[in-house]
Design a protein around this ligand. Sequence first.
Ligand code: PHE
Length: 451
Amino acid sequence: MAKPREHWGSKAGFILAAAGSAVGLGNIWKYPHMAGQHGGGAFTIVYLICILIVGLPILLAELSIGRRTQLNPVGAFKVLSDNSSWKWVGLLGVASAFTILSFYSVVGGWTLKYTLLALTGAFNDFAVGDSAGKAFNAFVTNPIDPIIWHLVFMGLCVYIINQGVKAGIERWSKVLMPVLLGILLLLVVRGITLEGAGAGLRFLFSPKWSDLDASAVVLALGHSFFTISLGMGTMITYGSYLSRGSDLVQSALWIIFLDTAIALLAGVAIFTAVFALGQNPAEGPGLIFVVLPSLFPQMPGGAIFAVMFFALLFVAALTSAISILEVVTAYFIDEKGWSRSRATYTFGSIIGLIGVLASLSNGSFNVLAPFTELTFMDLLDKASSKYMLPLGGMLTAIFVLVRWGIVRFMDEIKAGAAWFQLHRWAVTTIFTIAGSVVAYIFVRELVALFG
Ligand code: PHE
């Protein structure tokens, strides 16, 4: 007999775990540098619109599919579609989990290394010239050091996921998320009290539309999936540990609110410092690992804020990474009858190995070298957030519209949220718009890729 399904211990526990999944490198590492390069406020506005019209409906769809079926994404689509080919949407999600976690964990390893560098005062040497850039480059291209940190990070994920839903994911999220918020608020206060911080706020919140082009819109849409952990069944999986009767609408609003607020606060903390200390906001991915380490030594109390910042990044990355591993784990437990520990060790190791190749691709060994200039690590990142997640999200919206049905979807939502009264046609319209927006941008992207 299979064990009964584990459930979250409390509503707050679930919200913190799901917000922990949503808040991650996407909020603190990716969003600020994307906004930095694509018109600051203009990018932020497009990203917020995408979250509201596409993110929210698809988040509700995923949570309700999970809660209805009490299953992993593959099992969930199978059950709701009489075992038809819709299960491939679930399998696409499992594939996305492999793709994302194997580069995510490499960056997770960087955050550990940089927390250690901050603790040992190494940033003091980074204030002059391009020493921070050189040090970062030497680190990520090294064939051993970043791999060790990546494996340590993966090991932590396996350790937590092996403890299960309540004793692992929920317990850790309940400790780590408040820590994350606390640190972030301190960093925001530090940032806005720096002289010249206002320029950073203006940059982030006043739109420069001329820097926003079509590719930035694609980026913003892909990012809204990535940042709320949508399009690969993470929220189906987390929803499957809910019992009927919980208010999904309220939970979804909390998750989106926390995710968005934390991204914006991280943007404030980072850009106030970048502008106050006269650096370039459009630095790109190096913004966090190059510009910030060179700024901390110039800031009063910088040594301690540096440790806090990288610890924050690490905590955010960890609570997201575990949610990705849980998708793969839940699939093998539900569908293949594996034990939790067998699934976590096996797939933790496989993803760990793919991550080794991703890390090596930044240095002298890029498996993709014969085919393209792209590194393997970049490919994993681009393939997932530009194509796989939007595709998964679009198919989920279509699934609700044409297969599961809006009426059944609304029945599931209303169990626990009786106050939520929207006419069937309004919901149909919302899902049609969400699906069409993604489809339009996705097809344009494909045409651009092959055209
Ligand atoms: N939402 C996470 C972040 O912003 C990343 C993530 C993507 C997690 C997909 C789970 C699934 O960093």
